[in-house]
Design a protein around this ligand. Structure first.
Ligand SMILES: Cc1ncc(COP(=O)(O)O)c(C=O)c1O
Length: 456
């Protein structure tokens, strides 16, 4: 029996009535990918207020790697709320915070002893990572990349790349942020092709120290190991080791922003593990909380201790219930084999994607790293002109046919898959069938091209 059950027109009457209330009560700023109000969720499925059932390929923007309402997460939460809900780590500490820090320290790549501070959101983690890097290096500047997304608070926004809708109108931003092209091989800023390019996009960092900002002024280079909002782009395998070698040479810290790519999404706990690189600082959030808001900054002990006593923190950071949920989520990923599951889902997506590249002209590139996979849509595979309208149409087709998706990419032309890793094979296939029908709806026949599973 299929999971998807559509009983009303989409959005249904109750969703439409709630949308009228939403429009009156909530500013237009917060975007809704689909104009459907959800009533309940389980695993990889959602049910709306009109009784329609969907498969969820968005996972609350990558926050539900362990699935909606995971029974272990709920049981851990129940136990915690019987004890205490909020005490504030800045007032008196409690064990859950320390236990989660210990767990993340152990999971972070590299043998050097680590320390972790726990916060609420990805943007807050990024803000704190920058504070810590500046405190440690006593330098001001940060280098970020084109197409990066690091959050919506002011420093995070300064590091974020995309102008509309994220940055425009909100200027001025905190300064001393510099930007380089990312390893976006499908649209290489240098007009080169991998591997003959010799990862010029990484070695360009050395050049930037002559042309853009002096190396001795730079506290950190921050990068998403796999670009999230920017379009699910996994750089070639040597990219991060080249980047980090240059950073080390100049005493610059490397911050891996794993807010979207971490916590098992790519088939490793942290995506940077695919590259054999040990970042100085890692930010994590989203799926860390098992559905609750939680974020963390993990780094080498001496770096994390650079900020003075009272220099870091916040009222709700490391909320006991969120810590309990996170400890349960991390245990599920390990015990239930979700890293292997992510790899298997990525493989399945690649198989279907290879067929779509042959079938549909609108499919420019299908790519991915484990379960972090995407389709970049183009008007014409030869010109690679981004197909934003078609991508919007595809997302709409999907939700009207029972599949909740989200798009990505600087050009708004990427369909990204952040399905809960607990999705069943049957549900995943059913979701891919909707996606395929949607591609047929917006696309046309294509010449044969190469599938890219990443250059790793
Ligand atoms: C890589 C990355 N960093 C930071 C953020 C910001 O996280 P939050 O929305 O929790 O503030 C995001 C959110 O999508 C992200 O993908």
């Amino acid at each position: 029996m299929p999971t998807i059950q559509i009983r009303t027109e989409i959005p249904g009457p109750r969703s439409r009535a709630l949308m009228a209330r939403r429009e009156a009560a909530v500013p237009r700023g917060p975007y809704n990918s689909a104009p459907i109000f959800m009533a309940s969720a389980e695993g990889a499925t959602l049910e709306d207020v009109d009784g329609n059932r969907y498969i969820d390929f968005a996972g609350g923007i990558g926050c539900l790697n362990v699935g909606h309402r995971s029974p272990q997460v709920i049981s851990a939460l129940r136990k915690q709320i019987e004890k205490h809900l909020h005490i504030c780590f800045a007032v008196t500490p409690y064990e859950g915070y320390v236990a989660l820090a210990e767990k993340l320290n152990a999971l972070a790549p590299g043998k050097a002893p680590k320390k972790t501070i726990i916060l609420n959101t990805g943007a807050e983690a990024v803000e704190n990572a920058v504070k810590i890097a500046r405190a440690y290096t006593k330098r001001p500047a940060v280098i970020a990349f084109n197409d990066a997304f690091h959050g919506r608070t002011m420093m995070a926004l300064s590091l974020t790349s995309k102008t509309h809708p994220y940055k425009a109108g909100f200027e001025p931003f905190p300064g001393d942020v510099y930007r380089l092209p990312y390893a976006y091989c499908y649209r290489c800023s240098y007009g080169l092709t991998y591997p003959s390019c010799k990862v010029t996009c990484a070695t360009a960092l050395e050049d930037a120290f002559k042309r853009v900002v002096a190396a001795e002024s730079v506290a950190a280079v921050i990068a998403e190991p796999v670009l999230g909002e920017g379009g699910f782009i996994a750089p070639p395998k040597e990219y991060y080791s080249v980047l980090q070698e240059i950073c080390r040479k100049h005493g610059i810290l490397f911050i891996a922003d794993e807010v979207q790519s971490g916590i098992g999404r790519t088939g490793k706990f942290f995506a940077i593990e695919h590259y054999g690189v040990e970042p100085d600082i890692i930010t994590s959030a989203k799926s860390l909380g098992g559905g609750l808001p939680l974020a963390a900054v993990t780094g080498r002990g001496e770096i994390m201790d650079a900020a003075g006593v009272g220099g870091l923190g916040g009222t709700f950071g490391g909320n006991p219930a969120a810590c309990a949920a996170a400890l349960a989520a991390l245990e599920i990923i390990e015990k239930d084999g979700l890293l292997e599951r992510s790899t298997a889902l990525g493989r399945k997506f690649a198989e279907r994607g290879r067929e779509w590249e042959k079938q549909f002209q609108v499919v420019g590139e299908v790519r991915g790293l484990g379960g972090m996979c995407a389709i970049e849509l183009v008007k014409n595979p030869a010109t690679r002109e981004p197909a934003a309208d078609e991508t919007r149409k595809l997302a709409r087709y999907c939700y009207e046919h029972g599949l909740i998706t989200i798009t990505a990419g600087t050009y708004g032309n990427v369909m990204r898959i952040l399905v809960p890793l607990v999705v069943s094979d049957a549900q995943f296939e059913e979701g891919l069938d909707v996606l395929e029908a949607g591609l047929a709806h917006v696309g046309s026949a294509a010449p044969q091209r190469q599938f890219v599973t990443s250059n790793l």
